[in-house]
Write a protein that binds this ligand. Structure first.
Ligand code: ZN
Length: 195
Protein backbone atom coordinates (compact mmCIF):
# COMPACT_ATOMS: atom_id res chain seq x y z
CA UNK A 1 0.00 0.00 0.00
CA UNK A 2 1.31 3.47 -0.78
CA UNK A 3 0.71 6.45 1.44
CA UNK A 4 1.21 10.15 1.13
CA UNK A 5 4.14 11.01 3.36
CA UNK A 6 5.85 14.08 4.68
CA UNK A 7 8.99 15.07 2.83
CA UNK A 8 12.16 16.46 4.31
CA UNK A 9 11.71 19.41 1.95
CA UNK A 10 8.35 20.23 3.58
CA UNK A 11 10.01 20.11 7.00
CA UNK A 12 12.78 22.37 5.71
CA UNK A 13 10.33 24.90 4.24
CA UNK A 14 8.44 24.93 7.56
CA UNK A 15 11.71 25.76 9.38
CA UNK A 16 11.54 22.41 11.18
CA UNK A 17 14.70 21.12 9.46
CA UNK A 18 17.79 23.30 9.30
CA UNK A 19 21.18 22.76 7.67
CA UNK A 20 24.18 24.22 9.41
CA UNK A 21 26.42 23.21 12.29
CA UNK A 22 24.62 22.34 15.49
CA UNK A 23 25.35 21.14 18.99
CA UNK A 24 22.51 18.76 19.87
CA UNK A 25 21.12 18.34 23.38
CA UNK A 26 23.06 15.05 23.51
CA UNK A 27 26.32 17.05 23.12
CA UNK A 28 26.96 15.53 19.68
CA UNK A 29 27.47 17.76 16.64
CA UNK A 30 25.40 17.53 13.46
CA UNK A 31 24.95 19.31 10.16
CA UNK A 32 21.18 18.85 10.43
CA UNK A 33 18.64 19.92 13.01
CA UNK A 34 15.08 18.58 13.05
CA UNK A 35 12.38 19.76 15.43
CA UNK A 36 8.83 18.45 14.81
CA UNK A 37 7.33 21.10 17.11
CA UNK A 38 8.32 23.75 14.54
CA UNK A 39 6.37 21.89 11.85
CA UNK A 40 3.40 21.41 14.20
CA UNK A 41 3.46 25.11 15.18
CA UNK A 42 1.05 25.69 12.30
CA UNK A 43 -2.24 23.96 13.26
CA UNK A 44 -3.07 23.37 9.57
CA UNK A 45 0.18 21.45 9.13
CA UNK A 46 -0.50 19.58 12.38
CA UNK A 47 -3.97 18.61 11.16
CA UNK A 48 -2.55 17.34 7.88
CA UNK A 49 0.24 15.35 9.54
CA UNK A 50 -2.34 13.81 11.89
CA UNK A 51 -4.59 12.87 8.99
CA UNK A 52 -1.73 11.27 7.02
CA UNK A 53 -0.49 9.34 10.03
CA UNK A 54 -4.05 8.21 10.85
CA UNK A 55 -4.35 6.86 7.29
CA UNK A 56 -1.19 4.82 7.75
CA UNK A 57 -2.43 3.48 11.11
CA UNK A 58 -5.81 2.55 9.61
CA UNK A 59 -4.04 0.52 6.93
CA UNK A 60 -2.12 -1.47 9.56
CA UNK A 61 -5.50 -3.13 10.21
CA UNK A 62 -5.10 -3.17 13.99
CA UNK A 63 -8.36 -1.34 14.87
CA UNK A 64 -7.29 0.57 17.98
CA UNK A 65 -9.83 2.07 20.37
CA UNK A 66 -7.51 4.60 22.01
CA UNK A 67 -4.57 6.83 21.07
CA UNK A 68 -1.84 7.45 23.66
CA UNK A 69 1.20 9.74 23.39
CA UNK A 70 3.99 10.68 25.77
CA UNK A 71 4.02 14.34 26.85
CA UNK A 72 5.33 16.74 25.80
CA UNK A 73 6.63 15.80 22.36
CA UNK A 74 3.76 13.53 21.33
CA UNK A 75 0.84 15.67 22.50
CA UNK A 76 0.05 17.66 19.37
CA UNK A 77 0.53 14.91 16.79
CA UNK A 78 -1.21 12.31 19.00
CA UNK A 79 -4.21 14.57 19.46
CA UNK A 80 -4.46 15.21 15.71
CA UNK A 81 -4.20 11.49 14.93
CA UNK A 82 -6.97 10.76 17.45
CA UNK A 83 -9.15 13.46 15.88
CA UNK A 84 -8.64 11.94 12.42
CA UNK A 85 -9.38 8.40 13.67
CA UNK A 86 -12.38 9.55 15.75
CA UNK A 87 -10.82 8.04 18.89
CA UNK A 88 -10.20 9.33 22.43
CA UNK A 89 -6.71 10.55 23.31
CA UNK A 90 -4.83 10.35 26.61
CA UNK A 91 -1.17 10.79 27.48
CA UNK A 92 1.67 9.65 29.67
CA UNK A 93 4.17 11.94 31.34
CA UNK A 94 7.41 11.73 33.22
CA UNK A 95 7.20 12.25 36.99
CA UNK A 96 10.46 12.20 38.89
CA UNK A 97 12.07 10.37 35.98
CA UNK A 98 9.36 7.67 35.87
CA UNK A 99 6.98 7.34 32.92
CA UNK A 100 3.38 7.19 34.15
CA UNK A 101 -0.19 7.71 32.96
CA UNK A 102 -1.26 11.30 33.54
CA UNK A 103 -3.26 11.50 36.77
CA UNK A 104 -6.99 10.96 36.15
CA UNK A 105 -6.52 8.87 33.00
CA UNK A 106 -7.24 5.14 32.98
CA UNK A 107 -7.21 2.34 30.41
CA UNK A 108 -10.07 -0.14 30.06
CA UNK A 109 -9.04 -3.81 30.48
CA UNK A 110 -7.85 -5.15 27.13
CA UNK A 111 -8.20 -1.73 25.43
CA UNK A 112 -6.50 -1.77 22.00
CA UNK A 113 -4.04 1.11 21.91
CA UNK A 114 -1.90 2.84 19.28
CA UNK A 115 1.03 4.84 20.68
CA UNK A 116 1.85 7.99 18.67
CA UNK A 117 5.16 9.86 18.95
CA UNK A 118 6.69 12.87 17.22
CA UNK A 119 10.11 11.25 16.75
CA UNK A 120 11.41 7.75 17.38
CA UNK A 121 15.18 7.56 17.85
CA UNK A 122 16.31 4.77 20.18
CA UNK A 123 12.71 3.77 20.98
CA UNK A 124 13.63 3.63 24.67
CA UNK A 125 10.95 6.06 25.90
CA UNK A 126 8.35 4.41 23.62
CA UNK A 127 9.07 1.09 25.30
CA UNK A 128 8.48 2.74 28.68
CA UNK A 129 5.10 3.97 27.42
CA UNK A 130 4.20 0.45 26.23
CA UNK A 131 5.11 -0.98 29.65
CA UNK A 132 3.02 1.64 31.51
CA UNK A 133 -0.01 0.94 29.30
CA UNK A 134 0.27 -2.81 29.62
CA UNK A 135 0.67 -2.56 33.40
CA UNK A 136 -2.53 -0.45 33.35
CA UNK A 137 -4.33 -3.34 31.61
CA UNK A 138 -4.22 -2.10 28.02
CA UNK A 139 -2.89 -3.83 24.93
CA UNK A 140 -0.61 -1.87 22.60
CA UNK A 141 -1.39 -3.03 19.05
CA UNK A 142 0.66 -0.56 16.97
CA UNK A 143 3.23 2.25 17.10
CA UNK A 144 3.36 5.36 14.92
CA UNK A 145 5.50 8.49 14.65
CA UNK A 146 5.90 11.52 12.44
CA UNK A 147 9.62 10.93 12.05
CA UNK A 148 11.63 7.72 12.26
CA UNK A 149 15.28 8.33 13.19
CA UNK A 150 15.87 4.79 14.43
CA UNK A 151 17.61 3.67 11.24
CA UNK A 152 15.27 0.66 11.17
CA UNK A 153 12.05 0.04 9.23
CA UNK A 154 10.45 -1.87 12.13
CA UNK A 155 11.98 -0.60 15.39
CA UNK A 156 9.21 -2.14 17.53
CA UNK A 157 8.99 -5.52 15.86
CA UNK A 158 6.77 -7.56 16.28
CA UNK A 159 4.48 -4.52 16.83
CA UNK A 160 3.53 -2.90 13.50
CA UNK A 161 4.89 0.62 12.98
CA UNK A 162 4.12 3.48 10.60
CA UNK A 163 6.08 6.73 10.18
CA UNK A 164 5.59 9.68 7.82
CA UNK A 165 9.27 10.42 7.27
CA UNK A 166 12.46 8.41 7.82
CA UNK A 167 15.71 10.36 8.22
CA UNK A 168 19.24 9.33 9.05
CA UNK A 169 21.44 12.34 9.77
CA UNK A 170 25.08 11.78 10.71
CA UNK A 171 26.20 12.98 14.16
CA UNK A 172 29.74 13.28 15.51
CA UNK A 173 31.62 13.62 18.77
CA UNK A 174 32.89 17.23 18.92
CA UNK A 175 36.50 16.04 18.50
CA UNK A 176 35.63 14.22 15.26
CA UNK A 177 33.24 16.77 13.75
CA UNK A 178 34.21 17.64 10.13
CA UNK A 179 32.35 20.96 10.40
CA UNK A 180 34.46 21.95 13.43
CA UNK A 181 37.54 20.91 11.43
CA UNK A 182 36.45 23.26 8.62
CA UNK A 183 35.97 26.08 11.14
CA UNK A 184 32.21 26.41 10.48
CA UNK A 185 30.72 28.46 13.35
CA UNK A 186 28.38 26.45 15.60
CA UNK A 187 24.74 27.49 15.98
CA UNK A 188 22.28 26.89 18.76
CA UNK A 189 19.43 24.75 17.30
CA UNK A 190 16.19 26.61 16.77
CA UNK A 191 17.78 30.04 17.03
CA UNK A 192 16.31 31.10 13.69
CA UNK A 193 12.80 32.56 13.66
CA UNK A 194 9.81 30.41 12.58
CA UNK A 195 8.04 31.69 9.48
ZN1 ZN B 1 31.18 20.50 15.14
Amino acid sequence: MSHEKLTLDEMTRAGAHQKGHFRLSSGLHSGDYLQCALYLADPRRAERAGRLLAGGIRDLGVEPGLVVSPALGGLIIGHEVARALGLPFIFTERQGGEMTLRRGFAVAPGERIVVVEDVVTTGKSSREVIRVLEEAGGRVVAMASMVNRSGRDDPFEPLPFHALLAVDFPTWDPGECPLCAQGVPIEKPGSRPVS
